[in-house]
Design a protein around this ligand. Sequence first.
Ligand SMILES: *Cc1c(COP(=O)(O)O)cnc(C)c1O
Length: 404
Amino acid sequence: MLDINTIRKDFPILDQKVNGQKLIYFDNAATSQTPNQVVDSIVDYYKRTNSNIHRGNHKLSIQATTAYEDVRKKLHKYFNSRLPQEIIFTSGTTQSINIITLGYTDLLTSKDEVIVSEMEHHSNIVPVQMLCERTGAKLNVIPMDNQGNLILKEFDKFISEKTKLVFVSHVSNALGTVNPISYIINKSHEVGAKVLIDGAQGASHFEIDFQKLDIDYYTVSAHKMCGPTGTGILYGKEELLNKLSPWHGGGEMIDEVSFEKTTYGELPHKFEPGTPNIAGVIAFGAAIEYMDNIGLDNIQAHEDELLKYCTQELKEIEGLKIYGEAKNKIAVISFNVEGIHHYDLGSLLDQFGVAVRIGHHCAQPVMNYFKIPGTVRISFSFYNTKEEIDLMIKALKRAITMLQ
Ligand SMILES: *Cc1c(COP(=O)(O)O)cnc(C)c1O
């Protein structure tokens, strides 16, 4: 069991009033809150260590480089990659996906096919569409059903020797569905296709073992797992990353530069041009440590309890429809109330101190599937409580009465 009261002391942001009301933060799928330990690591870095990495041979530069590279080693252990250099630091999931789609530009032709799912975040759709436009590769879309599950039979039909790449999210940010990534990876590997898992909503909820799952590419955003914004990783198998062209050129990513020919550096430097977000990476390390101390099993158990409790409470409300009822889902609940626009509901909830997300959640194809412009989305983290759910339900009922 988690000692939520103690945990919440690490998150002073949660202990405040907004619009004169006690803040209830239920927008964790958009960004999670940042504990003191992570904030302190950023402040400490700038107060004591701030220096550029990999270049200098003075004391501070060496300390900063060590701290930065230690996080790479930590993530390599945490996610069980084969090698530390398979962990590339990026600004987050969006950039990580773009590194892959740009890297494949000269590896695909119009004879090739790429698969994506209907359930993806725009950041796992738009770069893929751009890749297909550049190369002429055909894009196939795995449809979903009205529970919010991918229709695997349709995926099976698409997968063939022509398939080169599959892009699918570990967990849908709009519906909470946990996708059967093992099935998708195994099927894809049978035909030699590589799979990118958008893990923006995965890594914060599950223990993930890159080698055990035989994952080709995985992306993480630190800000969705108690870390700072503007930091994340791209994981890729060494032999795959070695084949990809670098996405950007610049300092730090080269082996030798001359006007006749420039050669690129080894992994991970090939994909980390310029000065990276050093403080962010170090703070990401602190976030991983923080979550690891609490334990993902504990986090999962608590969030699951919140999900069940809240779903039950919401279902009591007349005219309320939940979108996404997959058996295997995380603590994300998208809903609408009959006759009320999600925007109005979200605005009133904000007036009552409840922070939720409204709109299409960067997943317009999901909204199109349900023929709605958007939803209200509640998403929990391990620091949320049943008492907060009770207060939210009260606020929601009041908002519905005012709007009907
Ligand atoms: C948040 C999110 C993204 C985008 O992540 P950024 O950190 O904004 O780059 C992509 N996919 C999913 C499923 C997400 O939840």
